[in-house]
Design a protein around this ligand. Structure first.
Ligand code: FMN
Length: 328
């Protein structure tokens, strides 16, 4: 592989002083200190969900461990909604440690943005549509993660072809494209649509550094985009998962009572957010978690080898330049 000296320069590479506009996306139970360090050292940016380290003291230690191994920027994803009882401590520690990027998901990022901006930390917010994006833009978000349909983890339901240009044109904030991007083709498409970086999750699960089970890695190498199922069975929010025997056992459709009650938008939200409601409505024999089912985006079909994180980034950028120079 050539070590291409050229790198795509974008708003995001300039904002964070990174070489590649590639973010190794935060992944529950997948992202580790060594993945974050490898991604940031490779020239992109590593991130992790704060909840991967509990209680908050372990989270603080993870930040210190990363900082001891790299002086490059990295990011942390924080769920800013009351289901995350550690959120205040997580924000406090991340800001104390001046983590360069906070990524908020699910709730209102108002307080996070206010506190982060006092110490010069950037806040990007996960969004799946214009309404929430407009709210976070009004609150002063520094950028948006456009989570489109086909993304691993909690996915949106809008095509990136519609979502990214809409967000870029209406709000004029830096947009990071998330969903099914696994190579330079995806990067070229994301940039054409108005994004200035790519947020790749699934691709990095099939990396040497990812410490997931061999079964998970094999499932990613084997799956095609048609094996990805969108379901809210796992944690109450629509997410994408590989159809495996474990997922089949859980079932992907809601139970009768849940289906009937969930017709009301308010009740549906209550079911999603309340553990008690889920305990009541979801048959315990059908309970799933990120431990026994495998989340992945629809880009899986194009992943056929395990590489190091640095190789994935280099290959993506090389392919991006090749595609760009061959565009009609
Ligand atoms: C196993 C897995 C776990 C995830 N966990 C989180 C998470 O905790 N927080 C978050 O903001 N996004 C999470 N995501 C979503 C990713 O950050 C990112 O948006 C997504 O992986 C992009 O789509 P792709 O997987 O098709 O590249 C997760 C994704 C996967 C595959």
């Amino acid at each position: 592989m050539k070590n291409n000296a050229a790198t795509p320069r974008t708003e995001i590479t300039d904002m964070f002083g990174i070489r590649y506009p590639i973010i190794c996306a935060p992944m529950f139970l997948v992202s580790t200190v060594s993945m974050v360090v490898s991604a940031s050292e490779a020239g992109g940016m590593g991130t992790f969900p704060a909840l991967n380290f509990r209680p908050a003291e372990k989270f603080l230690q993870a930040i210190k461990d990363i900082k001891a191994q790299t002086d490059k920027p990295f990011g942390i994803n924080i769920i800013v909604q009351k289901s995350n009882k550690y959120q205040h401590k997580q924000i406090e520690y991340a800001l104390e440690e001046k983590v360069p990027l906070l990524i908020t998901s699910l709730g209102s990022p108002k307080e996070t943005i206010r506190l982060a901006h006092q110490v010069g930390v950037k806040v990007f917010c996960d969004v799946v549509g214009l309404e929430h994006a407009q709210k976070v833009a009004d609150l002063g978000a520094d950028g948006l993660i456009a989570v489109s349909c086909g993304a691993g983890g909690h996915a949106g339901d809008i095509s990136p072809f519609a979502l990214i240009p809409l967000l870029k044109d209406k709000l004029n904030l830096p947009v990071i494209a998330a969903g099914s991007i696994v190579d330079g083709r995806g990067m070229a498409a994301a940039f054409s649509l108005g994004a200035s970086a790519v947020y790749m999750g699934t691709r990095f699960i099939a990396s040497r550094e990812a410490e997931v089970s061999q079964e998970y890695k094999r499932a990613i190498l084997k799956a095609t985009c048609e094996d990805i199922v969108n379901t809210d069975r796992v944690d109450g929010f629509p997410g994408n998962f590989i159809r495996t025997p474990s997922l089949e056992k859980v079932g992907v459709a809601p139970g009768f009572l849940e289906m009937v009650l969930g017709r009301s938008k308010r009740i549906h939200r209550w079911i999603s957010l309340s553990r008690a409601a889920r305990a009541l409505l979801v048959n315990p024999k059908r309970k799933a978690s990120y431990k026994n089912v495998f989340s992945a985006g629809q880009g899986v079909g194009r992943i056929d080898k395990i590489l190091s994180i640095a190789e994935i980034m280099q290959e993506t950028v090389e392919q991006y330049f090749e595609i760009k120079s061959n565009l009609p």
